[in-house]
Design a protein around this ligand. Sequence first.
Ligand code: G6P
Length: 368
Amino acid sequence: MIVDKGNHRHFMSKEIHEQPEVVSHTLASFVDMVDETIRLPENLPFDWRNLRRLTISACGTASFAGMIAKYWFERYARLPVEVDIASEFRYREAPLEEGGLAIFVSQSGETADTLAALRYCKEQGQHTLAVVNVPTSTIARDSDVVVRTLAGPEIGVASTKAFTCQLAALASLAIGAGKARGTLSVEQERELVHALIETPRLMAEALHLEHEIESFSRDLAKASDVLYLGRGTSYPLSLEGALKLKEISYIHAEGYAAGELKHGPIALIDETMPVVVIAPYDHIFEKTVSNMQEVAARGGRIILITDAKGAAAASMATLKTLVLPEMPALVTPLVYSVPIQLLAYHTAVIIGTDVDQPRNLAKSVTVE
Ligand code: G6P
């Protein structure tokens, strides 16, 4: 198959822009659009109702999809989740109860550490489920159940559309698990599925902010360090935001849980350090506002990614605000991924790095 850049300057840009479409395709395999219900693969070798624990392993961006999924499985399916990067998990000799479920998330399906984690889990009598983009891959072949992301070929080394498709698949699995375990009512399931169905449209709206994001990137391009903060599912997304920026622009960036600001990173804040805050308006928004006040008091320059309610609640002089549509909490990681990716992309373009083939990185890491 020949894949070209279309009208885009880089594959990464094309792949960011493809997200409404590929997320929609991925969701179509799990969601009944008319009834607004979840349809999970049938004849699973395990029963969601009997599971006591879920183990998720992955590397890089896929591991952040796993971290976000932990919030969803725990919240909607009341299922305790352990999530770990595969290179740690594979050597940790974690005790696993026979008959548990282990999920592996991988775009390529060939990452050596994730494959080793899969093999360990099989030896430990776990049921294995792979969320993969390449259906012919080793991880897909070796797993009991394969859940496909339909992102299509991803060429840019820094993952974008594969990540949001992983999120779409994992959100569907979490809702399906909640339905099977009886922790979600029919009405709750419908509300969540409705939110998923709306996601591609919201992602397309987020793409319309590209010009504004590009102007914010000028500020980031001058920085040598950038801090990303978030709470809840925006915490793993802040890790992903920092990873995206460092991968392609070579600017040092760190993601932190906003509540941890006081426990270290606040020491770094001065007027040279941009702080990207990912904070949709929610029940803990006020806590994030107080973190932003701490940053502002030390001269830190904040880029706040939020919605209209958040923008109104956080008005501060030193703030640059990017306003996304309001949306249910379930889908914020998918939609907020778009500005996070565009911010990294435009920063790298301004700096002039090789966006699609960043130095020292490989698309698929098949050796340890
Ligand atoms: C490499 C890639 C990342 C990817 C990670 C895991 O580091 O550069 O974009 O997230 O591997 O790859 P996988 O194929 O398992 O998702």
